[in-house]
Design a protein around this ligand. Structure first.
Ligand code: G3I
Length: 355
């Protein structure tokens, strides 16, 4: 019998015992699927808009903002006492068509108006905002590592301070997050990006930019993401020394390099989740852990990272039939694990039978 609320052995119940939020990204189309709706409520106390709260989705018709989908998602969270993570106010990949060309002055006016209108609309109802998404792109050659984007062109490097300062005034209760991709990888370019992120945060915090939290997207690849990752540990410790919290904002584990055999694939994916979460929970003050979709039926990875053998990806915690996979158990074990920083987790009434 599906429950309407959190399962006492579910992920959010375990997360709460550690003072964490645990959740997923969803779309309004997910809300009409009752079984999925219930599965999310059993395991999640946090939800994020996968795409319907982005500028291009809200302004899909020029100059006519439509918040109806975003409103539905926020209402779902409010009605079910879930935290809501807003995603995302300014992202170079979510600029409405009508504003991609035109003058910098017009773009700046439109971007600022969108930010003001959107933050004001939900003020007091969102736990946190991805104010800016993917600000860095070292390959663009700037010394500060900033991505060359319309935001940078129109508002200059101050665009980050501008966005966070305005959001802080309009919604003083929301945790303001700078969200980034690729900080978690074990690659030379990822280390460059980590260094540039530390410099960016140092500069912005020194000038008083109200960034409270670093969002680490965490789109991982099984058999590529290392179980041990000293450079990531060192980076997370630096972030902690700056007094910043961390949110794991978009976690999933692509299995495109894994063997086709489902049991082996699921085991490798689960181990990747476990090792990654053990590391980040050890090294950071984590506010939330969110996956990017909750079941294998709703992953962006089938289009972004299709498997060579054509088999559907199995990157998330529940399978297409909403059954809990080894990855679900792995995440639960990581959430239960004793964290030296936060003290021991509470005893687990619903411990998974040991294999
Ligand atoms: O559902 C509508 C459909 O009704 C419509 O006919 C169709 C044609 O426009 O669009 C469909 O919506 C698409 C939606 O995905 C659902 O599939 C949107 O166009 C499409 O833009 C949207 O893509 C999202 C993408 O960001 C761009 O916003 C993906 O769902 C989402 O997973 C992806 O998420 C990003 C994060 O925001 C940032 N980090 C990387 C991550 C993956 O790219």
């Amino acid at each position: 019998m599906a429950q309407h609320g959190p399962d006492e052995d579910g992920l959010s119940s375990v997360a709460v015992r550690r003072g964490l939020l645990c959740g997923t990204a969803l779309c309004t189309s997910d809300l009409s699927l009752q079984p999925l709706h219930h599965a999310i409520l059993q395991d999640c106390n946090l939800v994020t808009a996968e795409y319907e709260m982005k500028w291009d989705a809200i302004q899909s018709r020029p100059h006519i903002p439509d918040y109806s989908a975003a409103d539905k998602l926020v209402a779902f969270a409010t009605d079910n006492a879930l935290a809501f993570h807003g995603h995302t106010l300014w992202w170079h990949e979510a600029i409405p068509e009508v504003y991609r060309e035109g003058s910098d002055a017009d773009f700046a006016e439109a971007a600022l108006q969108h930010l003001d209108m959107t933050v004001t609309r939900y003020t007091g109802r969102l736990t946190s905002w991805d104010v800016i998404n993917e600000a860095l792109e070292p390959a663009h050659g700037r010394e500060d590592g900033l991505r060359r984007s319309r935001f940078l062109d129109a508002l200059g490097p101050d665009y980050i301070a501008t966005a966070f300062s305005r959001a802080a005034v309009l919604d003083p209760t929301a945790v303001l997050v700078l969200n980034e991709m690729g900080l978690e990888y074990d690659l030379p370019e990822a280390e460059t990006k980590r260094r540039m992120m530390l410099s960016l945060l140092e500069r912005e915090l020194a000038r008083g930019t109200p960034i409270a939290c670093l969002g680490i997207q965490s789109h991982l690849t099984a058999l590529e993401q290392p179980r041990e990752h000293p450079r990531l540990r060192a980076f997370l410790r630096e972030i902690g020394r700056m007094g910043l919290n961390v949110m794991i904002t978009e976690m999933d584990v692509s299995d495109h390099l894994c063997p086709r055999d489902q049991r082996r694939r699921d085991a490798i994916v689960a181990d990747t989740y476990r090792a990654y979460l053990d590391l980040v929970l050890d090294e950071s003050s984590i506010l939330a852990v969110s996956t990017w979709g909750f079941t294998d039926g709703s992953t962006w990875l089938n289009s972004f990272r299709p498997r060579a053998d054509g088999a559907p990806q199995r990157p998330l915690l529940l399978d297409r039939a909403l059954r809990r996979k080894p990855a679900w158990h792995a995440v639960r074990k990581a959430l239960l694990r004793v964290n030296h920083a936060a003290g021991p987790a509470q005893p687990d009434p619903g411990a998974e039978p040991s294999h």
